[in-house]
Write a protein that binds this ligand. Structure first.
Ligand code: MTE
Length: 332
């Protein structure tokens, strides 16, 4: 790489000289893993060095070295992470079919490189960014989040990514931007589910701008210390830990800033069942079932107790203020 020096004109540097070493290593490994380039360093087991991380990684995945442990309040759940096999074989990704096993079975066809994300709408600096560009916006962190699905089950997943606010800062939303819309890939060739009418494709989700800017809202590129498996939303997805799992859109292709509340895929499909906010709330039942308890995947033996679902999925201290004064029965 060439950089300009005031004394000697242009000089050669290695990227590691201008980016802190761990940040550089995690990013380099992720790029190598995504582009399929081999590299011994990409296999370095960073998980051995961090006490809380588990040694598992999706089968065949390259581990990322040099990840940073997040210091965002609430970002490191102490709950035991879900077994990687469960997290990568029991999925919702309707583009690949509605059965929990369909995404792992069918998502191998997804072509995740090259991949670009259009960031546009009410922003001063719109752009179309390759994943390689997005990876330069911030250091990759590990976050251990609880994920509560609207269907009544939950998991605990160590994600790899950075706060979405880092990307939002780059594109500079205008004062008129109030919401962010997330659009995901809808490719009938590689995604068999898109050929059926189960949802009005593409899968669209949305957040209020202040929710999108909250430090816990994660743009994820990996999980379990490795690159995201296709069935979990490669090459990049959203993770919003205090909302039901369906708000965490997979395989993002567009992020659009708007002044109107986005029309989301699930709200269009069943407005009375899936509201725009979809904050985890044990006091507001789904019209067809209670949301007061949940089954933690991996704890489902015959005598396993159900867990009590926590307000905002246990992230109330961090996000409660976003909803101060709102009627959460009405804005479900
Ligand atoms: N994103 C897209 N594009 N398509 C989907 O069907 N399902 C959602 C969400 N993101 C979905 C999606 C639902 S319902 C859940 S619970 C989570 O992804 C599941 O994420 P996981 O399979 O990685 O646990």
């Amino acid at each position: 790489m060439l950089i300009h020096s005031s004394t000697s004109g242009f000089i050669h540097t290695s990227p590691s000289e201008i980016t802190p070493e761990p940040v550089y290593r995690a990013r380099r490994d992720l790029m190598r893993a995504m582009t399929g380039l081999a590299g011994a360093a990409a296999l370095a087991g960073w998980t051995d060095r961090v006490a809380f991380a588990q040694s598992a990684a999706p089968a065949g995945a390259r581990r990322l070295s040099g990840l940073v442990r997040s210091n965002v309040p609430g970002a490191l759940s102490m709950d035991k992470p879900t077994d990687v096999k469960d997290a990568t074989s029991y999925n919702n990704f309707y583009e690949f079919g509605t059965d929990k096993a369909d995404p792992a079975r069918n998502a191998g066809a997804l072509k995740t490189h090259p991949w670009t994300v259009e960031v546009d709408g009410l922003v001063a600096k719109p752009g179309r960014f390759a994943v390689e560009d997005l990876l330069k916006f911030s250091a990759l962190e590990e976050r251990i989040y609880r994920l509560r699905c609207v269907e009544g089950w939950s998991m605990v997943i160590p994600w790899v990514g950075y706060s979405l606010s880092q990307l939002i800062g780059r594109v500079q939303p205008l004062g008129s931007a109030k919401y962010v819309e997330f659009v995901t890939l809808a490719d009938p060739v590689t995604m068999p589910g898109v050929r059926s009418r189960v949802l009005d494709w593409p899968y669209v989700e949305g957040l209020r701008l202040d929710e999108a800017l909250h430090p816990l809202t994660l743009l994820a590129f990996g999980m379990y210390g490795a690159v995201l498996p296709n069935q979990n939303g490669a090459p990049l997805r959203l993770v919003v830990p205090w909302k039901y799992g369906f708000k965490s859109s997979k395989s993002l292709v567009r992020i659009r800033f708007t002044d109107k509340q986005p029309q989301t895929a699930w709200n269009k499909a069943a407005a009375l069942e899936y509201g725009f906010y979809s904050n985890v709330n044990p006091n507001v039942d789904h019209p067809r079932w209670s949301q007061a308890t949940e089954r933690r995947i991996g704890e489902d033996g015959l005598f396993a107790k159900k867990r009590k679902t926590l307000m905002f999925n246990g992230y109330e201290a961090q996000v409660g203020q976003l909803y101060a004064g709102m009627d959460l029965q009405k804005f479900f």
